[in-house]
Unconditional design. Sequence first.
Length: 265
Amino acid sequence: MITTIALDLDNTLLTSEKTISPRTEAILKQLHSDGKRIVLCTGRPIKAIQPYLQQLELNQPTDYAITFNGGLVQQNTTGDVLARTSVTKKDLLPLFAQAQQDGFFLDVIDLQQVYSITDLGKSPYEDFLKGLMPFKNVAFADLPDNDLFGKVVSAGKDAKTVQAGLPSSITDFFHVVPSRRNLLEFLPPHTDKASGLQSLLSHFNEDYSNLMAFGDEENDLGMLKAANVGVAMDNAIPAVKAATDHDTLNNDEDGVAVFLENYFN
């Protein structure tokens, strides 16, 4: 039985205007009222998705979100951490050296803020987040030695191009995944949305057989393959469509709502 509905945000749950449509809001609220878990799954920190959590009224003790692309599982209203993966400054040394060599930006994110690494220049990531998290400009040497970081992002350059130039010393450690054309994410080892959802489902003594997931991009592939019901948006990249048995309309045609209405009658 499907108990948990996992939703990527951009170009999946959200329209091109970054809104949840009235039709989608209505069916998600109805399913939540009927006892289904509605789980937003995103690379963003939980502060950045609070307006959507509030709109959908996902404010019960059993309501959680998957943030940092699976690196954090957090209770929606308290922010309490159910599961977490992270990296240290020492782990980031090879990545920083590679960024210096290849000339790409890095922004390092902990639970509270984003550190823009100024040795590499200022990336457009702060403009991308639009004030949803505080930023601090620091040299890599001044990055806190005892902090734990949920992920690192490289914004502003073609993600596939940057990824293609990475040596195995980077890709064998980090889970490296594009989340936008110009946004590449470096996640802790063995971290993706599927791993975050596994932690959440285990908390409720459930597993992937209880999961339905919707997505459109490469960073959604893990959860879409793992889910009992994985649904690709019509606007999804070819790899996502190839990996799923179900599809729906695009994010501007209420694709999530249409599939849920049909599936749950």
